[in-house]
Design a protein around this ligand. Structure first.
Ligand code: AR6
Length: 174
């Protein structure tokens, strides 16, 4: 058990942490699920910042597994880190590495921002269809490996339902 990993239920938009992670899509223009919730609760400043990133850095969209940071607008968090998890039915033999990259690149962004805490949703396990058990193992393993390198940051896994939280705890043995 790692004391810098906290598993909880909640609404990620309410998390009072330095950065929350958005399970976005390549367009960065918003969508459903947790992405929709973040844009709704955070207000238009987030979309404005995403549009700038598209124009200046990623005209063809943010590649799967990459992460970028914006303001969190009206949210209690300071930043939103937008990452793109793999779509399970078309990631082939790269599913695991792309999901791990989404977590790792988000953590790197959080460190770059000087964050001491960051909250993750269960990337790719909703609309993108990643099997929950496999996704849980990859998420936990990637975060644990990152923390074991000595990075000083608290990582929250925020689940929308108690059922999903309990499932995650069981899978990762915490
Ligand atoms: N707080 C915490 N977790 C949430 C919340 C919330 N407010 N809302 C949903 N979840 P999903 P994906 C959980 O579908 O699979 C969007 O349209 C949800 O129960 O949000 O990566 C994007 O624009 C699930 O466990 O993200 C992309 O097009 C997890 O968050 C696409 O969906 C992720 O589900 C990304 O799909």
């Amino acid at each position: 058990m790692n004391e810098n990993i906290i598993i909880k239920t909640g609404e990620i938009t309410n998390e009072n942490v330095c950065a929350i992670v958005d399970a976005a899509n390549s367009s960065l223009m918003g969508g459903g699920g947790v992405d929709g919730a973040i844009h709704r609760a955070g207000g238009p400043a987030i979309l404005e910042a995403c549009k700038k990133i598209r124009q200046t850095q990623y005209p063809d969209g943010l590649p799967t597994g990459e992460a970028v940071a914006t303001t969190a607008g009206n949210l209690p968090a300071k930043y939103v880190i937008h990452t793109v998890g793999p779509v399970y039915h078309n990631c082939g033999n790269r599913c695991d590495s792309l999901l791990a990259a989404a977590y790792e690149n988000s953590l790197k962004q959080a460190m770059k921002l000087g964050c001491k805490d960051v909250a993750f949703p269960a990337i790719s396990t909703g609309i993108y269809g990643y099997p929950k058990e496999a996704a849980a193992r990859i998420a936990y393993k990637t975060v644990k490996a990152f923390l074991s390198k000595g990075h000083d940051i608290k990582v929250y896994f925020v689940f929308h339902s108690n059922e999903n939280k309990q499932f995650f705890e069981k899978v990762v043995g915490q």
